[in-house]
Each structure stands twice: as structure tokens, then as C-alpha cells.
Design a protein around this ligand. Sequence first.
Ligand code: SF4
Length: 469
Amino acid sequence: MNLPDYIEASRRTKLKKDIEYYNNDIKNIGLGKTYHIKTYGCQMNEHDTENLKAMLEELGFTYNDNYLTSDLVLLNTCSIRENAHNKAFGMLGRLKHLKEENPNLIVGLCGCMAQEEGVVSEILNKYKWVNFVFGTHNIHRLPYIINEVLNNNTNEIEVFSKEGNIIEGIPVKRDSKYKAYVNIIYGCDKFCTYCIVPFTRGGQRSRLKEDIVKEVEQLVKDGYMEVTLLGQNVNAYGKDLNLGYGMEKLLEEVSKTNIPRIRFVTSHPWDFTDGMIDCITRHENIMPAIHLPVQSGSNKILKMMGRKYTKEEYLTLFNKMKERIPRVSISTDIIVGFPGEDREDFNETIDLVNKCKFDNAFTFIYSKREHTPATKLKDNTPLEEKERRLNQLNEIVNKYFLENNKKLVGTLVPVLVEGISDKKNELYGYTDTNKLINFKGNDDIIGKIVTVKVTSAKTWSLDGELYDK
Ligand code: SF4
């Protein structure tokens, strides 16, 4: 049994990170059995689930859309906020009843929550019936863990707390035939005071440029139209490798593969260089859409958050992007109610939002995360006041989303058509600036980039008509 350990998880060394290659010699142990995976959280987790699916299918399991009738249910969890945490425990509660009716049901938990000391101890005390738990550093070990559970009827807890290695060659079953996630950097060394990611995902470690480019080249051959380069902080790409290249060089190389669309998330303002901005403007296949989390507009709060930039520095970077990258859309993340945030601080955030007029923003009330430094800060603001601030902020950001979308009415936009929308009998897709758009058309253009004329705007989407295929 390997249990999570926060002290080990926060250790950072200058040692070169090993590259391991996925190798599985276990076969057929899942034949005749079905699996279901519930995924919580960010794109990193969504992409990990694509790996988990492929590994399970290599073992002979088949996917079942319904967890109630599956033989194996795996929860790929998220630690970023209490909400995701509660949802996963709520799901475990439902699975407990299923397990009582069907003792052969296999239940596993993985992802960021598996790296939390408190979560694993709760599972060991109150959820002993969970068959296996594994962390973010050993998803490639899934076949061996399941083999143990099935053959030896054991409960497996295998969570490694370390900086982590790079594992190449894990199979992947992608959810989309047109858009693909590609990991470029794992972990984070920023240690923002509210964030548990540096403990759950390990140290910053970049994949080699050659391995990333090879993966994208294969995606081009397979007909993919878009890649999203993934990392907790993609702008730090390459810093740990000491090979003389960083994110700018990587973008250049990925651009040369001629994949029609390149996106990347998430960017920390600290590491966003002028070179990266120039690189985006030089290459038509790097999309003019940037997610640039600001978190707060108050310098006092930014300092307490450990974000290492000021409001003024953020605005300088923001304005530079707006000036240099034609038509760029910029989205952000904002936390309200961080410990110590008073009305004045909150008003600074509103002021920043009024200056930036973001195209999209993910807004949250601060969520206390186990073991993070911010948990020690005094927090005198009542929840009702935090909710008031969030509502006020949401009204303002929504106003700007609509305002920005309205500016597009009458223009022609390139759209990657992704499918048929659920609500209406229409196609949907995303513009280069990452705006959702619905329009009428035949399904033979799904997977293609077409030109659409924007006819009307809503807060979170556009409507249009097909202009050119
Ligand atoms: S940059 Fe900060 S917020 Fe983002 S993952 Fe790292 S520690 Fe968390």
C-alpha cells in the first residue's frame, strides 16, 4: 500500500526527470466485462480519461454508458474546488448501494483526489469497499492494479507522492475525431497559495519537443483538425529541460506540422513572453484565443495568492496581446472571497474587468483546499457576502460577453464544425476565437472548417448561417 504524502509531494529537485515507456503485457482480463468512467474537472483529467479508456479496452473491457449496469466503475476525480470533491463523494455514496446489491462490482478512484492525504484516509476508514485507488503519477499502472484486484481479490491503494516522471506511449482513445488534446507539460512549480495542484500533480516536467511533434504529426495523418496543447502552466514549457527551447519554439514546431488549428491552455501571465505573442501573430494556425487567468484585480490579494504579478503588469500584458494579435479573444479565471478580500479589493477586480471586457470568464468563490498555505489565512467574510460579490461580478462579465459577441454580428468567421447541437436541429462548432456558434447545414461538413456569417449574438453563443464550405 502506497499512501499520499504532502511533504514528499511538495519536494522539488533539479534532477533530470526520467522518461519511461508504457509497456503492458497483461491481456484479456476484462473480456466479457463492461466499464464506466466518471470524469470530474479540467481538460487534463478529460485527457487522462482518454488514456484510461484505451488501457481498459486493451484489457478487453467494453465501454458502458450506464454506470448502473457496468462491471467496473472508475471515478477520475478533481481537487480544485470543494464542489468537485463533494460530487465524487456523492457518487461513492450511490456506488455503495450498488455494491451492496452486486458485490462483484469493481469500484476504483483515481485523479487528483487520490493524491490527497485526507481523501485516502477517509476511503480507508469509511469506504473500505472501494477496490482500488491510484494517483496521477501511475495511471499507466492501471492494468497491473486491476489484475491484482481481479486475480487476488485484494484492495489496492497505490499513490505515489513525488515530482513525477514522463510516461510516453500510453494508449489513447480520443473522444473526438477532429479535436485532440496533447499533453506538453505535467505538474506545476508555481505553488499559488490557494492551489492544491502542485501537491496532486507533482513538479513541472515537460515532454520532449520531438515526442510532442510526432504525436501531432500522427494526428494530422489521422485527419485531426485541431490540437489543444495541455498543461497546468504551458508557458513554463521547456524550462525544466534545459535544452535551450521553450513554448515559443514548441509553438513554431507544432505550427509546421500544418495541423489547421492549435490552441493551448492554461497560461500563467508570469511566463507569457513577447516572443510567444509574436509567434501567435506569425502563424495562421495558432488560434487567436488565449486563456489568461487573472484571479483578482487587487494587488494585495494577488500578493497573498502568490501570483507574482500586479494588476498593472497583467493589464500591460493584456493590452499588448490586444494590440498585437488581430481579433484576439481573451478569457480568464477569477476567484472572489479569497481570505482577506474586502470591498475595496473586490472593487479593484471589478475595475480590472471593466478595463479588460473579457470574452469569457470562469468565476468562483474561493474554496479552501487541504494543506494549501491559504487555509491558514484569516477569512472574516461571510458566505452571503461572497455570494453577493460573485453575483455582481457575473452580471458584469456576462454583459461584456454579450457586448463582444454582438460586435461579431454581420462578420464572417471560420468555424470547425463539431456536430449536431442537442437542443435544435442545427450544426454547432467553434470559431477561431473559441466562440460557440449554431447554424443550419448538412452533416457532411462535420469535421471541416467552413465560413459562417454571424446573424445574432447571445451571452454564451452566436447564431449564424453557412456562407462558404
Ligand atoms: S499556476 Fe498556480 S493556480 Fe495554476 S496550477 Fe500552478 S499553483 Fe495552481
